[in-house]
Design a protein around this ligand. Structure first.
Ligand SMILES: *[C@@H]1O[C@H](CO)[C@@H](O)[C@H](O)[C@H]1NC(C)=O
Ligand SMILES: *[C@@H]1O[C@H](CO)[C@@H](O)[C@H](O)[C@H]1NC(C)=O
Ligand SMILES: *[C@@H]1O[C@H](CO)[C@@H](O)[C@H](O)[C@H]1NC(C)=O
Ligand SMILES: *[C@@H]1O[C@H](CO)[C@@H](O)[C@H](O)[C@H]1NC(C)=O
Ligand SMILES: *[C@@H]1O[C@H](CO)[C@@H](O)[C@H](O)[C@H]1NC(C)=O
Ligand SMILES: *[C@@H]1O[C@H](CO)[C@@H](O)[C@H](O)[C@H]1NC(C)=O
Ligand SMILES: *[C@@H]1O[C@H](CO)[C@@H](O)[C@H](O)[C@H]1NC(C)=O
Ligand SMILES: *[C@@H]1O[C@H](CO)[C@@H](O)[C@H](O)[C@H]1NC(C)=O
Ligand SMILES: *[C@@H]1O[C@H](CO)[C@@H](O)[C@H](O)[C@H]1NC(C)=O
Ligand SMILES: *[C@@H]1O[C@H](CO)[C@@H](O)[C@H](O)[C@H]1NC(C)=O
Ligand SMILES: [Zn+2]
Ligand SMILES: [Zn+2]
Length: 619
């Protein structure tokens, strides 16, 4: 599965210079940005715990810098935009000064592939080139590279990141195990590690680690984490004892390789405080590897801003006793998952609606809004009659976006297609849907958030009797095959399965505890209900969990009403080609199908199907 490549937008117009940031309103629809939430938002449950050392964490923002703008549940809870976040950071820094404590800002990567602001650039543009300019305005202390930074090497992506973004955060953009090859020379994209002193004089050593990702483009290298910790530079970097190891990285804090890094540091420094800030699996998660460490992961898509505080001893002076009780007793950590909206931000900074905004925050908001206009993101395809969700409605059902796509495929792929006369079955994988489709205007930005993969469609001509067995066979693939598929997808950076497990788990827990009736009758609003391995309640605002329904790996259009021997078009998304051919050869034995039998079906890409349908049916 590919993410939007500039290839799909080939063209030679040079755009994206600042002087193109003029407001255009040819497509000025009712879809105005909800700068101030119209829904009544519940304030957080309790103030944050400030300690001597505090960190604000973002991860997997994927271009969601204008916040979540839909009015359906639970979107308004995440309506804060990056300008609001900037104002929040300004006020929090002020509070840190008043309290005379340390406050750092860190990010764990995946800056693009997710919204029109990063991916909706005009022909000739560069992915995330404009949105990153806003990201760069935030005073991040440490940033780590994500796998989404590595899908496309050339001038448009990693190389551009290397040239423009990295130098903006001198020494603080970390890629401990990720190299880029420039002019034939392999070198770290950012820095492998950094050492710095905080305002309060604490000595910090930081790494920026990427999970064992294998879907990276040529001319980039990802070194397995287990090999990285054996490098001599690594030993050198961690040798000297700092006041804190701040390990940032694009790697889930559970079920991944953080213990490898943690143990390597602990082998040298048995009691030095360690903070880990992870990412990638898009969930809220936390654990404590030992009594003097904590590992936090702060969700996705600017639906979560993470907070961690630790009661660290004062900076070392060099004259401490080697084993004072202070240096071995458990450290008190706290963590919190904030819903990013103005109500949350105002609550925690003690500001009101009229005092909260800073001129700098407002300028970021305005700049992002102008970028949305420049990219024509509110170009309207049609108006969605109701919400279509990935897992909040059963499949098949009217409210399932997967059912919608099963209906959309036979329409959108046959427009202007000479094969329209042939009966067909069309199959895609459910993972090609990345976000829910909410009621109301369905615009260019929504198309990019719901279906961001620019996969194409292929077909084989197959007797109906065989074609009709392929979808169920794909979904009933044996446990081994499914595990292989999962492993392949995971290595390539596909995380939706882990995210869905998390959603399923919170719905299951709620059902167990409250039963279906209480849940519906409760006074809580919908959202994430996190149960992690850290002490106390992590969610800043209590919620009831969203409904959850399991979904199949593959979905298909309705079978045509034809005889068994009618030869039909078996249309499928290119990404599943080899798997589909394998299945097809297992459900029939009349012919051995090979890749040579496969033909392109249409020029229409997976990114375009919903827009084509909406233009025809939702107006
Ligand atoms: C970068 O790669 C894309 C997709 O592979 C290609 O369309 C584009 O022309 C390349 N750009 C440059 C400057 O090489
Ligand atoms: C979440 O959004 C819903 C729907 O608009 C709203 O009623 C609720 O108050 C929000 N909750 C929070 C915690 O902001
Ligand atoms: C990879 O790097 C080599 C040497 O620097 C260069 O010749 C080649 O074009 C690069 N490949 C891509 C896809 O950019
Ligand atoms: C990364 O770059 C460094 C510095 O050029 C080099 O020593 C190292 O071998 C490279 N690592 C990989 C995995 O390519
Ligand atoms: C310190 O923390 C560890 C790990 O979280 C825990 O097992 C241990 O009981 C704690 N010790 C004290 C004295 O609280
Ligand atoms: C907050 O301020 C904005 C701008 O001044 C205003 O439009 C909005 O109505 C205010 N909202 C509330 C809840 O007071
Ligand atoms: C689903 O939509 C169809 C067509 O609009 C309608 O006839 C049917 O009643 C709907 N089903 C449910 C359960 O709402
Ligand atoms: C189909 O062809 C018409 C006429 O050439 C064109 O206006 C329309 O955009 C095409 N639709 C698609 C989906 O390619
Ligand atoms: C929900 O109801 C409970 C019990 O009536 C009450 O204690 C709690 O404050 C309510 N919560 C909110 C957010 O209104
Ligand atoms: C399927 O086609 C047959 C023969 O043309 C017809 O008799 C039957 O009613 C059709 N069934 C449906 C469900 O359309
Ligand atoms: Zn991500
Ligand atoms: Zn990722």
């Amino acid at each position: 599965m590919k993410f939007l490549a500039p290839l799909a937008l080939a063209g030679a117009v040079l755009a994206c210079s600042d002087d193109h940031l003029h407001a255009r309103d040819e497509h000025d629809h009712s879809h105005a940005k909800r700068e101030y939430p119209t829904a009544k938002l519940t304030p957080p449950s309790r103030p944050l715990t400030w300690s001597s050392f505090n960190v604000i964490h973002t991860t997997d923002s994927h271009g969601w810098l204008l916040g979540h703008q839909k009015t359906s549940f639970p979107e308004p809870n995440y309506s804060g935009d990056f300008g609001d976040f900037a104002s929040f950071v300004t006020h929090m820094k002020q509070i840190a000064l008043e309290k005379d404590v340390d406050l750092l800002l860190v990010d764990s990567g995946d800056l693009h592939d997710g919204t029109g602001l990063s991916d909706g650039y005009p022909p000739g543009g560069v992915d995330a080139h404009e949105s990153n300019k806003f990201f760069m305005q935030l005073p991040y202390d440490v940033l780590a590279i994500g796998n989404h930074e590595l899908y496309i090497y050339n001038a448009s992506r990693v190389a551009r990141l290397y040239k423009n973004f990295v130098p903006h955060f001198p020494g603080r953009y970390l890629s401990s195990n990720v190299n880029i090859t420039i002019d034939g020379v392999s070198r770290p994209v950012g820095s492998r590690y950094t050492k710095f002193k905080t305002r309060k004089g604490r000595q910090i050593t930081s790494l920026g680690v990427l999970f064992d990702f294998t879907g990276n483009d040529v001319n980039t290298t990802v070194q397995p984490v287990a090999d990285m910790v054996k490098e001599s530079w690594f030993a050198e970097a961690i040798k000297e004892e700092p006041d804190l190891f701040l390990l940032v990285g694009h790697m889930p804090v559970s079920e991944d390789n953080w213990p490898v890094v943690f143990n390597a540091v602990r082998a040298v420094h048995p009691t030095t405080p360690i903070m880990i800030f992870g990412g990638h699996s898009h969930i809220r998660d936390c654990n404590q590897p030992d009594g003097r460490s904590m590992a936090l992961e702060s969700g996705r898509y600017m639906e979560t801003v993470g907070w961690m505080s630790a009661d660290l001893p004062p900076p070392k002076t060099g004259f401490e006793l080697k084993s004072s009780p202070e240096s071995t007793k458990n450290i008190t950590f706290t963590r919190r998952y904030l819903d990013p909206n103005r109500v949350t931000y105002e609550y925690h900074t003690g500001q009101g609606n009229y005092s909260f905004d800073t001129p700098w925050g407002r300028s970021i908001t305005k700049g992002l809004e102008q970028l949305a206009v420049q990219f024509d993101l509110s170009f309207l395809f049609g108006t969605a009659p109701h919400d279509f969700t990935i897992s909040q409605a059963p499949y098949p059902s009217n409210n399932s976006v997967l059912s919608l796509v099963a209906d959309v495929l036979p329409y959108s792929l046959t427009v202007n297609n000479s094969r329209i006369g042939n009966p067909n079955i069309m199959i895609t994988n459910s993972g090609s849907l990345r976000f829910d489709l909410y009621a109301g205007p369905f615009d260019k930005n929504d198309q990019l958030t719901v279906s961001p993969f620019d996969d194409s469609f292929l077909y084989l001509t197959v007797p109906f009797s065989a074609a009709n067995q392929v979808l169920p066979a794909l979904n009933n693939a044996g446990a081994d095959e499914r595990r292989d598929l999962e492993a392949t997808l995971w290595a390539r950076g596909y995380v939706e399965s882990r995210y869905r497990e998390w959603m399923q788990e919170m719905a299951r827990r709620d059902l167990e505890r409250n039963g279906p009736v209480l849940r519906a009758a409760g006074n809580l609003t919908l959202g994430y209900v996190t149960a992690d391995a850290c002490p106390g309640v992590g969610d800043d605002t209590p919620h009831a969990p969203l409904a959850f329904y399991d979904i199949p790996d593959f979905i298909g259009s309705a079978a045509p009403n034809v005889s068994d021997d009618t030869v039909i078009d078996l249309v499928f998304v290119d990404f599943i080609e080899s798997q589909l051919i394998g299945i097809l050869n297992s459900v029939q034995s009349d012919k051995v199908y090979t890749m040579a039998d496969v033909l392109p079906y249409t020029d229409v890409l997976a990114t375009e199907i919903l827009g084509i349908y909406a233009q025809a049916k939702w107006n």
